[in-house]
Design a protein around this ligand. Structure first.
Ligand SMILES: Cc1cc2nc3c(=O)[nH]c(=O)nc-3n(C[C@H](O)[C@H](O)[C@H](O)COP(=O)(O)OP(=O)(O)OC[C@H]3O[C@@H](n4cnc5c(N)ncnc54)[C@H](O)[C@@H]3O)c2cc1C
Length: 390
């Protein structure tokens, strides 16, 4: 005999739990199935253990999707203010770190505890260590699991993306989408460090560990934040943001001196005896300035450079072109770009247009946020709208 539920949510992460809470509040009988031994593993380690749970500047512009308008409806119906109200009601203290990013003062566990309390209040049942072998749609959805057969009227897929397998990531959501004939946008690692070839790494070896304020650009997209040189390539917030947009084989460009608009800082010292590396040390970390000169313009007194050379130096400082060899992959990616095509889903409810009763929420959908709390806001908002309907 299979057990019957109004709503089964597969995936006990941010989006799945939020959807379950909202459906439970509507008196739906809700079960959350999580294959790991506990729910919310990504929440636990997010934001360096303090969970950057939302961003007060959330708008559709902070998301990537083949359809940039898709996220608007859910984001408007469940806003950062709504989540902040919930967090305050649970007495979770928080602060803005920078750029609208809200973090817990204490630990991410407070967000998990808050979600579990809300689940209990809404009489949501959670089963961890439960794996789904198959899903079929008859009159209802029929799931075969390691704990027996289950049936539900609505089925919500909240299994997230492919990033970081030890935290429970699987391709389950994409497989279910394919099984029901839904289109997928190629999943790729996002918010991930970029790698460089061995020649470039040797040349940049001196810079490993150096972090500086820069503008990283790819095509029309640019981010001004820190970049970090690592022993594998480039990282830091500006690079992570850009990585979600970067296309393999294409160059990115870096402005190492975004605070200086042109080359006048070089021209002003044209007649001076100051060494180039010392001049650059006024604006860049000393170690970086010296290493940069070794790579691109052997340091000598400024008066010994001619105008053409100064122009070339300015170009390399403001527009350093690099072709990354790749990314550090799903092992290191904070998110997965791509996913279930938004063409397949209602933006109001996240329900499949082809398969009534089947919903996709959170990261499994082709909506990916920038770094800074946007991905959780999408998880809450998409979970919320599905929970009103499922
Ligand atoms: C290191 C790290 C730090 C991050 N920090 C932040 C941050 O501070 N702020 C922010 O906004 N975003 C952050 N993110 C991104 C954010 O965690 C995700 O975008 C968000 O968790 C997505 O929510 P989700 O519910 O869709 O998926 P997940 O949170 O990934 O949840 C999916 C759940 O489904 C379960 N599951 C998978 N397959 C199955 C299956 N077959 N059967 C049953 N269960 C299954 C998984 O175990 C998991 O519990 C971070 C990500 C990482 C990796």
């Amino acid at each position: 005999m299979s057990q019957h539920w109004d709503v089964i949510v597969i995936g006990g992460g941010a989006a799945g739990l939020f959807c379950a809470i909202e459906a439970g509040k509507r008196k739906r009988k809700v079960l959350v199935i999580e294959h790991s031994e506990r729910i919310g593993k990504k929440i636990a380690i997010s934001g360096g253990g303090r969970c950057n749970f939302t961003n007060i500047h959330t708008s559709a512009d902070s998301f990537l999707s083949v359809n940039p308008h898709f996220a608007k409806s859910a984001l408007a119906r469940y806003t950062p203010r709504d989540f902040i109200t919930l967090v305050q009601r649970h007495g979770v203290a928080y602060h803005e770190k920078k750029l609208g990013q809200l973090f817990c003062n204490g630990s991410s566990q407070q967000i998990i505890d808050m979600l579990l309390t809300e689940c209990a209040k809404a009489t949501v049942e959670i089963r961890c260590g439960c794996s789904v072998h198959s899903v079929a749609k008859e009159t209802r959805f029929v799931l075969q699991t390691n704990r027996g057969a289950l049936e539900s009227d609505s089925l919500v897929i909240a299994t997230g993306g492919l990033s970081i397998k030890p935290l429970g990531a699987t391709d389950f959501g994409y497989r279910i989408a394919e099984q029901f004939g839904l289109q997928i946008e190629q999943p790729r690692p996002g918010l991930v460090p970029l790698t460089l070839d061995s020649d470039m790494l040797r040349r940049f070896a001196e810079l490993s560990g150096v972090s500086l304020d820069a503008i990283a650009r790819f095509g029309k997209v640019s981010f001004r934040e820190n970049i970090l040189f690592t022993h594998r390539g480039l990282s830091g917030p500006a690079i992570l943001q850009l990585s979600s947009y970067w296309k393999p084989g294409k160059p990115i460009s870096i402005d190492l001196l975004p605070q200086l608009e042109d080359m006048s800082f070089l021209e002003d010292e044209k007649a001076s005896s100051i060494e180039l590396s010392n001049l650059l040390s006024r604006y860049l970390p000393r170690r970086f300035a010296h290493a940069w000169c070794e790579l691109f313009a052997p340091s000598k007194p400024m008066r010994q450079f001619n105008s053409r050379e100064l122009e070339a130096i300015a170009t390399t400082l403001h527009n350093l072109e690099i072709v990354p060899t790749g990314t550090e992959g799903f092992k290191k990616a904070e998110v997965t770009t791509g996913g279930v095509s938004t063409n397949e889903l209602s933006s109001q409810t996240m329900e499949s247009k082809k398969v009534p009763g089947l919903y996709f929420v959170g990261e499994v959908v082709d909506v990916t946020g920038h770094l800074g709390g946007f991905n959780f806001q999408w998880a809450w908002a998409s979970g919320y709208v599905a929970g009103q309907n499922a």
